[in-house]
Unconditional design. Sequence first.
Length: 375
Amino acid sequence: MSADVGAPATPDPAAPPAKGRPRRRLLVAGAVLLAVVVAIWASRGAERHGGFADPQNPTPDGAQALAQVLGDDGVDVTIVRSAADLDDTELGADATVVVTDTDLLAPSTLERLRGRADGARIVLVEPSYAVARTIESDVQTLPEKPQGAPVDCPGLPELDGLRLEVDSATSYDGRICHTVDDALVLFGAGQALTNDQITRADNAAVALRLLGHDRRLVWYVPDPADATSGDAVTLGSLLPAWIQPGLWLLGFALVALLLWRARRLGPLSVEPLPVVVRAVETARSRGRMYRRSGDRGHAARALRRAARDDLAGVLGLDRTAPTPAVVEATARQLGAPVESVAALLDDDRMPPANDQELVRLAQDLARLRREVRRA
């Protein structure tokens, strides 16, 4: 037997210590987790500044180029991204406030901004119909495609002679640039401010003169969190004023249509049956169903009802005559006791107990109808 049997195994000096492997795995997992967190944080930052005409958005839809040029020209550009910061920002006659991404502009924020403008020019970039209606209740908005169209903006002579060219825009009462009380400007060509289209036609000159008119520029990018409970949008605020009378007229027309179509139906139209079924086949089919169900009482009532209808017609009575009248007229016609005739024609009598009694009742009713006809 070898002397090495039972000796402890010698560890391989080239193999790494086993306790170091879990530590290395933890370090790798931590590095991967840190990379994921950094990527998420970076993507959130890019998404936050990725809105339309955002002053920090370098994409084609952003307005970073315009903001940088204004800053290079000596305009103090202040970017505000919340209503609270906007309330804390000093305004005045030497400032212009531009609001982009106005779909997120809360009515309460706009009202506070107009209340404390203190002579500052307010420029709303492509405000929606709902926002524009809070400023002027009768304003009309229409889509436009200005291709080298002159800027017609009353109250802003610095824009005279300039031309706009964008893919799409919005007009307010027929103008791309609409002024309200010489302090509020509704600018419908927001694409003229973007990095992609600011170099077309006179777009750059329009943007610089519109936003660089004063020494300071407050660039407000609304946030959905700025809205308050009183800023809930109703359906009526989204509908144009001219459509409400039309809805009332449509409602009256619908009511009139319902009243007209709800009139009494006319006579039934007679159409030929696709298949002619003989009466005897119908009677036999009903008999088979009665027999299969074992409902002798229902079969007896059907036989008596048919007999009463036939006797009423023979005796000159109405088809709807009550049973006692038919029984009395039949007994008088035959000179028979009323009780015996009622035993045959009255539905309140005991129904047949078996098939033999049902057959006997049918035979007695048939005999009674024949005797009345002969009498």
